[in-house]
Design a protein around this ligand. Structure first.
Ligand code: ZN
Length: 268
């Protein structure tokens, strides 16, 4: 099945390569990160958003968890538009039940509403950064040497019997204090030691609206504005914020669109 799918992707890739001026790397499935390449100097519009195109012609975008309609990518070069309409394939998501969480963490008490609102704003702002960095075109690496996945993207969470937001990250089991590596070169745009939900939290900008987030960290070794190299130790695994035990949860975003980090990581 996977082989057949890859074959179709290959056909897509070859045909788009031959007929048009753009290539896409990544599957057009819900939650996917897509890397595009076109002629330098082109203008690119994804849905209705004008996206940055690097000097070499690279651009990036992503598909949301529940996207149902096709995606339109318009490429303009010398005023001549080329339109790509891609079908977005649906996925089936797991249902994950977690019981025994402290009730105040499942339904936050009124007195922390303001705090949560304030913290969300900081995260949203960091994710809206649209820099000229082009690290997103490189291959990501796993954040932990031993990557034992315990939670996947898209799962519908039922906490203490109450349906909550889907899980948008990948959870890795690890001992407290395990070193965390930067998955990609980037600039730290948010460094927060103690957020209500996510505890010790880091956001890195990788360019063109692509960002990664690491949460529940114990120690954080980087400062806001610091540039890090792929593989650099950025902190350690903890159980800070809303967490049932030590683990690492990572996120991948295209601006506010939450993507599946598994679409950029080789987890095998
Ligand atoms: Zn998680």
């Amino acid at each position: 099945m996977r082989l057949i799918f890859n074959f179709f992707i290959l056909i897509f890739f070859i045909s788009s390569n031959n007929l048009y001026g753009a290539e896409f790397e990544g599957k057009f499935t819900q939650g996917s990160f897509i890397l595009g390449k076109t002629k330098a100097g082109s203008k690119v519009i994804v849905d209705n958003r004008k996206v940055k195109v690097s000097k070499e012609g690279y651009f990036a975008f992503g598909l949301s968890r529940d996207r149902k309609n096709n995606i339109l990518i318009k490429i303009f070069k010398n005023g001549k538009p080329e339109i790509y309409e891609k079908k977005v394939y649906k996925r089936k998501y797991k249902i994950q039940r977690i019981d025994g969480l402290p009730e105040k963490k499942v339904t936050p008490p009124k007195e922390v509403y303001e705090r949560i609102k304030r913290e969300n704003k900081i995260i949203v702002a960091a994710r809206e950064i649209e820099s000229d960095l082009t690290f997103f075109k490189k291959k990501f690496i796993k954040p932990l040497d031993k990557a034992i996945v315990t939670g996947v993207y898209g799962s519908q969470r039922i906490l203490n019997g109450k349906p909550k937001w889907p899980h948008y990250g990948i959870d890795f089991a690890a001992k407290e204090g395990t070193k965390i590596k930067a998955m990609l070169d980037g600039t730290a745009t948010m460094v927060e030691p103690d957020l209500f939900y996510t505890g010790g939290t880091l956001i890195f900008d990788h360019g063109h609206g692509i960002s990664t987030l690491y949460m529940h960290m114990k120690d954080i070794y980087v400062k806001k504005g610091q540039k890090v190299k792929q593989g650099e130790i950025i902190g350690t695994v903890g159980s800070t914020g809303r967490s049932t035990g030590p683990h690492l949860d990572i996120r991948l975003n295209w601006f506010g669109v939450r993507l599946d980090p598994a679409t950029v990581l080789d987890l095998n």
